[in-house]
Design a protein around this ligand. Structure first.
Ligand code: GAR
Length: 201
């Protein structure tokens, strides 16, 4: 029996990727991982309700309650240490973690990004903006990427990717929904499962 691994999920919004992780956990698919805590940068995030409904402990660490980025990073770091996080999952976490957190948890932080990195990624590319940029460019295929987090925004090693077709008449909203349904909600639990089983080299 493998030792259980504490998975801490960081969120800011609706939490559909968190929900995909909860559903996978309920099906026994992320073992030996266990979602031990959900932390939100936004106290109003619906993701917190999803976690509570699943009986997972939650914590809001509101960005606006901390002055500098360094102070906020210290607050996040303190919670991660207290939780004894083995893996940190950024699931729609709309804050770029600072170097201190990233170094402390090197190759133990993963992020889901709603495009095929290296396209439509980096500073300013988050949420619907990513799909807007893909549609403006006119790409016919986009997708999602799960990657390790390093000091470069969306620049860490790629773990999994999946392509999704852009359809005639897509809006950022319809494209976002298809990318979530066909790629993100499948890739993120899969990556967590691979990590927790020690299968990512
Ligand atoms: C997801 O599409 C996720 O890939 C994206 O935000 C959305 C969060 O949705 N993340 C980024 O853009 C990070 N750069 P959710 O709260 O429903 O999971």
């Amino acid at each position: 029996m493998l030792a259980h691994k504490n998975v801490v999920v960081l969120v800011s919004g609706g939490g559909t990727n968190l929900q995909a992780l909860i559903d996978a956990q309920n099906r026994g698919e992320i073992l030996p991982g266990k979602i031990s805590c959900v932390i939100s940068s936004n106290p109003q995030a619906y993701a917190l309700t999803r976690a509570k409904n699943a009986g997972i402990s939650t914590l809001a660490v509101p960005r606006k309650e901390y002055g500098s980025r360094e102070q906020y990073d210290e607050a996040i770091l303190a919670v991660l240490e207290k939780q004894q996080a083995d893996l940190i999952v950024l699931a729609g976490f709309m804050y770029v973690l600072g170097e201190k957190v990233i170094r402390r948890y090197e190759r133990r932080i993963i992020n889901v990004h709603p495009a095929l990195i290296p396209s439509f990624c980096g500073d300013g590319f988050y949420g619907l903006h990513v799909h807007e940029a893909a549609l403006n460019y006119g790409v016919k295929v986009t997708g999602a990427t799960v990657h390790f987090v390093n000091e470069v925004t969306d620049g860490g090693q790629i773990i999994l990717q999946k392509a999704v077709e852009v359809e005639e008449g897509d809006t950022p909203q319809t494209l976002q929904k298809r990318v979530m349904e066909q790629a993100e909600w499948e890739l993120l639990p899969k990556a967590v499962s691979l990590f927790c089983q020690g299968k990512i080299k």
